[in-house]
Ligand binder design. Structure first.
Ligand code: ADP
Ligand code: MG
Length: 163
């Protein structure tokens, strides 16, 4: 089996910007989220990738806080509700922050019920935990935030933005 596309069919590689952070606590990761809120301009669909408990939801707390969209303790995991929506501002302009967790969704058919395409308006910042599970989300994504545990409470956070 081969999954390599023939060279002629390849699209030119997208320009990619990466940013790396290391954190030692949940509070650190919230702070990184706050910094990311300045860096990431709507419209964006970002996949939040990382094992359970690495801090994906924690990072969103910082992003929401910096956008004046919600206090950190108001941001909880959308594991069961699938989507949480917040209204914020960035550079004086309104931003819609959508926080999704698609861990429990099985298959593209179930995913369609979420109406992800309708969320991605010009003012939207869509953050999807476990988005890498779905080919369609990967295709639409404008980047990825990957969190890995590097022992104890230490984390490495790698942000990759297609430009
Ligand atoms: P996920 O959404 O990836 O499942 P959560 O953000 O819900 O993870 O939970 C991460 C847990 O790990 C929180 O209880 C948080 O306080 C704790 N934690 C410890 N160290 C860190 C760190 N460096 N970054 C993020 N969370 C951390
Ligand atoms: Mg989570």
């Amino acid at each position: 089996m081969t999954n390599a596309a023939p060279p002629a069919a390849k699209t030119p590689p997208e320009a990619v910007k990466t940013h790396e952070f290391t954190t030692q606590s949940g509070a650190d990761t919230i702070e990184v989220g706050r910094q990311l809120a300045k860096l990431v301009k709507p419209p964006q669909l970002l996949i939040l990738r990382g094992d359970l408990g690495t801090g994906k939801t924690t990072l969103v707390k910082g992003i929401a806080q910096a956008l004046d969209a919600a206090e950190a303790d108001e941001v909880t995991s959308p594991t069961f509700t699938l989507i949480h929506e917040y209204d914020g501002t960035q550079d004086g302009k309104p931003v819609k922050l959508f926080h999704l967790d698609v861990y429990r969704l099985e298959g593209e058919r179930q995913l369609e019920t979420l109406g992800l395409d309708e969320l991605l308006t010009p003012d939207a910042l869509v953050l999807v935990e476990w988005g890498e599970k779905f080919k369609s989300i990967k295709k639409k994504s404008t980047g990825e935030i990957a969190i890995t545990s590097t022992g104890g409470d230490a984390r490495k956070i790698t942000v990759t933005l297609k430009e």
